[in-house]
Ligand binder design. Structure first.
Ligand code: AMZ
Length: 327
């Protein structure tokens, strides 16, 4: 079952309240003017967003919700540029036959996301993911050279040498998908040698891992693969739900929850973001270790305004860890 968007906000200065009932409900499926008023409250800098109310009703989440948020808690919003033959595109559910081309100037697009406040950029080499061959290196290098924010790349990174070549040419992180399933020890090895710079990409269809541009399906559960990397030192797991990717229909919260619970590694959510509320709905999973969200099509479409989204849930906007334990 998917939970609808519901979130709360409270004055930024926390007082010892002792219970969720003291928090002000800002939105519970608001519409029209009501939604606008609620959103205005969420965007008000004097307020911090706390764990969504629906989650707070689930008593089992109270403890992790209130105790394990890192300080200062925030959810990183990471714009995505998917590259196909040098152009910025989005695929629908990863289908190479359903391509929308958004820009012919990926460097300008990347600079635009940076100008709007992005703190990290996500690149996917779709040609690389499908064929294992790097055909977008020139544009990847041009983007990396033009930006001062960290850039990460996935797609077609299938050997240690290739991963290290990319890390050496200015990329902050590389993402390993197919290799994580087929040669997990290669990921362990790289993560051991490049602390904080190796990310595992787990792309799942109906909960099962898909690889090679999502053309091949495996019988491995995505959560089992996430567990496999619990102790390997990878910086994060990017969890993509193929059925929602490129659809704007909202993230698969249940799948993300399962991934976050399966591993202590931070999870970055990918797939399905279509509105600011979708991003806000992910806050319910922040206490479980979901620390970021990748947004693609909705930014290109203008359905999500990056600056507004950053203002809503960026650094300093989320709940401070509480200094006491709830009974
Ligand atoms: O959209 C697709 N068909 C697609 C896609 N976005 N296929 C792969 N990828 C991305 C994954 C991951 O970031 O989300 O490519 C990376 C994995 O590539 P590889 O070559 O390591 O499996």
């Amino acid at each position: 079952m998917r939970t609808g968007p519901a979130y709360t906000a409270q004055p930024a200065v926390l007082t010892r309240s002792g219970g969720y009932r003291h928090f002000r409900l800002v939105s519970e499926r608001g519409r029209g003017a009501q939604r606008a008023a609620e959103l205005a409250a969420v965007l008000e800098p004097g307020f911090r967003i706390v764990v969504p109310l629906l989650e707070l009703r689930d008593r089992s989440l109270w403890q992790p919700g209130w105790q394990s948020l890192p300080a200062p808690a925030a959810m990183q919003i990471i714009p995505a540029i998917d590259l196909l033959d040098g152009h910025c595109v989005r695929l629908h559910q990863g289908d190479y036959d359903q391509v929308t081309r958004f820009s012919d100037d990926p460097v300008a697009q990347a600079l635009d996301w940076q100008r709007q406040g992005a703190q990290r950029l996500h690149l996917v080499d779709l040609d690389g993911a499908r064929t294992g061959q790097a055909v977008n290196d020139q544009v990847v290098k041009a983007i990396t050279a033009a930006l001062y924010i960290p850039v990460q790349l996935g797609g077609g990174v299938r050997t240690a040498a290739r991963a290290e070549e990319l890390l050496a040419c200015g990329l902050d992180r590389v993402i390993l998908g197919t290799v994580a399933l087929e040669q997990p020890e290669l990921v362990d090895d790289l993560a051991g040698r490049h602390a904080g710079r190796i990310v595992v990409g787990i792309d799942a269809r109906n909960g099962k891992v898909a690889t090679r541009g999502w053309i091949e399906e495996s019988s491995t559960e995505a959560t089992a693969l996430a567990q496999r990397f619990a102790a390997s030192g990878v910086a994060a797991i990017i969890s993509t739900d193929i059925a929602t990717d490129g659809t704007l229909a909202g993230p698969n919260l249940d799948a993300l929850r399962a991934m976050a619970e399966a591993s202590s590694v931070p999870v970055i959510a990918s797939g399905g973001i279509g509105t600011l509320e979708h991003i806000l709905s992910l806050l319910s999973l922040a206490p479980l270790g979901v620390e970021g969200v990748i947004v693609g099509r909705a930014l290109y479409d203008g359905r999500v305004d990056l600056a507004e989204a950053l203002q809503a849930i960026g650094e300093g906007r989320l709940q401070d860890p509480l200094p006491f334990t709830l009974a």
